[in-house]
Design a protein around this ligand. Structure first.
Ligand code: PLP
Length: 421
């Protein structure tokens, strides 16, 4: 459920008509609903209320400071994958002891940054990383809690670019070698083994891969305890999918996901961490855009809109689908037409949807790309020198710009021409 509904013939974000945002902020613009964010976070918390837990929001899915502040104030932890994300979480007021640091390529500088600023745990992804972390932590006179990310070799049955739990992926250490790696970890100064970490991919629409992976984690946890390790935390990653099409079978609910966790690892007495991103913020956001031209082609009609692949990369990058809906509610019996919805960028890849079914559209009309809150704004660029897309947060009947659109002057001012040119 989300809070983007038609009211009085017009699509609203909560109680704010999207046309009001377009009037005041211009387009394209991302619009997020605070009520939807809150609701989705709360569902995860409820799904784990049978145990000690921390829901760590995956910052990479949407790292706007206002979104992180909202999450943090609700009690969320943060899962970060870079020094920049760590600093964003801190800037949003999240204490270090609620931040976990994941990622395959943490640098020494990033490690030191997080150790100095305070960290709940590092999720270690390789032996070389583990040795460097030991040296950095020891050098700072610190002992840092770690979980080791294991790769359970489970097929997440998702898009190949976002599957992470197969042995061919770059993530984690093979679960078969885990006992040896934990044995080494226990000997290294500056590290305190506290848990096991796993994350098998994103946009999973079936619970079985989770179940298979978590059963392997449970088995490993028992083995590690036999080896003498004190395992008190399990970080089970993120990845629960969302419905990108209104007309489709909905993926499992957080509550059902929580039940899988309970069934598989619930008897181990561990604190449970999860790292959902997309499921919290995906359907809490839309990308609002305006039609520039309706172009009638030979055998198809194009809707050329002012959003482009630089603003929302997912269709070009993953072949992803986003429902595109008119902001003015179509009449019940309105005839629909087929449009190829495209952006202005000079690449054929800048196509959002072929054959979108929409009512009669004209230049100046507004459309909304649904389910755009996750991996939308964070992947935006200024390709074609289009200023970075702004973001707006709605709560009830008011809204705020939470990232302003840069002016052309600001965009140009970031470059410099060397004096010898
Ligand atoms: C991307 C990522 C997540 C979040 O995945 P979602 O599909 O957005 O829930 C969580 N943990 C790690 C380690 C990730 O890389």
């Amino acid at each position: 459920m989300d809070h983007f509904q038609y009211q009085h013939g017009e699509l609203h974000a909560e109680d704010v008509p999207l046309s009001r945002i377009a009037d005041q902020v211009g387009s394209p613009v991302y619009v997020y609903s605070a009520a939807t964010l809150t609701r989705h976070f709360t569902l995860f918390r409820q799904a784990l209320d049978w145990t000690d837990h921390l829901v760590c929001f995956a910052v990479k899915s949407n790292s706007n400071l206002a979104v992180l502040k909202l999450m943090g104030d609700l009690g969320a932890g943060m899962d970060v994958v870079s020094g920049g994300e760590y600093l964003r979480a801190k800037a949003a007021g999240v204490p270090g002891d609620r931040i976990v640091f994941s990622g395959v390529g943490k640098t020494e500088a990033e490690m030191a940054l997080a150790i100095r600023g305070g960290i709940r745990q590092f999720n270690v992804e390789s032996e070389p990383e583990m040795r460097v972390l030991s040296r950095v932590a020891h050098g700072l006179g610190a002992t840092v809690p770690i979980a080791i990310r294991v790769n359970p070799d489970v097929d997440a049955k998702t898009h190949e670019k976002i599957a992470t739990g197969k042995s061919e992926n770059k993530f984690g250490i093979p679960i078969a070698r885990a006992r040896d790696v934990y044995a080494e970890a226990a000997t290294l100064p500056g590290l305190q083994v506290v848990g096991v970490d796993v994350h098998i991919g994103s946009q999973l629409t079936d619970l079985e891969p989770f179940r298979a992976a978590y059963l392997k984690v449970a088995e490993l946890t028992r083995a590690l305890r036999e080896d003498g390790h004190v395992i008190t935390r399990l970080d089970l990653g993120g990845g629960l999918g969302i419905p990108y099409r209104r007309d489709n079978n909905a993926p499992p609910l957080p509550l059902e996901y929580g039940q899988v966790i309970r069934d598989t690892v619930g008897d181990l007495g561990c604190e449970i961490e999860i790292e959902p991103g997309r499921n919290i913020v995906g359907n809490a956001g839309v990308l609002l855009s305006q039609v520039i031209y309706v172009k009638n082609g030979e055998d198809r009609d194009f809707l050329i809109v002012d959003a482009a692949m630089n603003d929302l990369l997912r269709p070009a990058m993953y072949g992803a689908h986003h429902d595109i809906v008119p902001v003015v509610e179509p009449a019940v019996a309105a005839a629909v037409q087929s449009f190829d919805v495209v952006g202005p960028v000079c690449e054929s890849g800048d196509t959002f949807q072929k054959g979108a079914q929409l009512p009669d559209m004209a230049a100046g009309d507004l459309v909304a790309f649904r389910s755009a809150g996750a991996y939308g704004a964070v992947m935006a660029s200024e390709y074609n020198s289009r200023p970075l897309v702004p973001e707006v947060l709605v709560s009830g009947d008011h809204f705020a710009v939470i990232r302003a659109r840069p002016t052309f002057e600001e965009m140009l001012a970031r470059d410099s021409i060397p004096e010898w040119l």
